[in-house]
Design a protein around this ligand. Structure first.
Ligand SMILES: Cc1cc2nc3c(=O)[nH]c(=O)nc-3n(C[C@H](O)[C@H](O)[C@H](O)COP(=O)(O)OP(=O)(O)OC[C@H]3O[C@@H](n4cnc5c(N)ncnc54)[C@H](O)[C@@H]3O)c2cc1C
Length: 179
């Protein structure tokens, strides 16, 4: 589902995963998913967690040779791209979540990555923390939604303003979590 959300068939045929790691917001939807998945990015010189790689990408001069991650259980990974034009519009924002839950539905670990909420994919750390110990019900996820924007600096572009992105992030995160 994440791959299919990137551009149209022609873009997907040509654009690479390595290039997506460098794509400035509003692009980089695939990198958002890779950040939630805690991927490792290998270059000719080193292998680092994607979060470290993204933080230093502006100074990076190495060729990315592989990107790897542990395949999640299907039910633990969720991805949402919000765009005004379907099916291949540019992102208003994108959200990827990797949630580990025990049998009664309680969240025991959460990684949530956001696209368009900064100049590059970022984690919603406050929301991740607030989700721990919660079940995915409207009442229990409310504290996580309340802090979803913590640390964000959304972009403004012709698709949406920073204000709009900040307003709708909790709405879409809520939909993703209650899916
Ligand atoms: C019409 C259109 C629609 C698009 N829609 C989307 C979308 O919906 N979602 C989305 O996320 N993106 C979208 N994009 C952006 C595009 O998908 C990504 O930027 C793409 O993944 C880039 O891959 P590329 O191989 O073309 O990289 P390039 O654009 O060729 O390169 C981007 C940058 O990354 C560097 N680079 C590329 N590969 C490597 C590597 N292996 N190692 C080191 N540096 C590297 C290049 O030097 C360059 O600086 C769209 C682009 C277009 C033109």
């Amino acid at each position: 589902p994440t791959v299919r959300a990137v551009g149209g068939p022609a873009i997907r045929n040509m654009a690479s995963v390595g290039g997506n790691l460098f794509a400035p917001a509003p692009y980089g939807d695939f990198a958002v998913a890779l950040l939630a998945l805690d991927a490792n990015v290998a270059t000719e010189d080193s292998e680092v967690p994607i979060e470290t790689f993204l933080a230093g990408r502006d100074a990076s001069r190495s060729i990315v040779t592989s990107v790897t991650f542990a395949l999640p259980r299907a039910e633990s990974f969720r991805f949402l791209k919000v765009s005004r034009v379907k099916p291949k519009g540019v992102s208003v924002l994108s959200i990827a979540a990797l949630l580990q839950r025990i049998d009664n539905g309680t969240v025991t670990a959460a990684r949530i990555a956001l696209g368009c909420m900064a100049d590059r994919p970022m984690r919603a750390r406050a929301a991740e923390k607030a989700l721990l110990g919660c079940r995915l019900t409207p009442d229990e996820i409310a504290p996580a939604l309340a802090v979803a924007n913590e640390g964000t600096t959304p972009i403004t572009d012709p698709v949406a303003s920073a204000w709009y992105r900040a307003e709708v992030l909790p709405v879409h995160l809520g939909r993703l979590l209650l899916e």
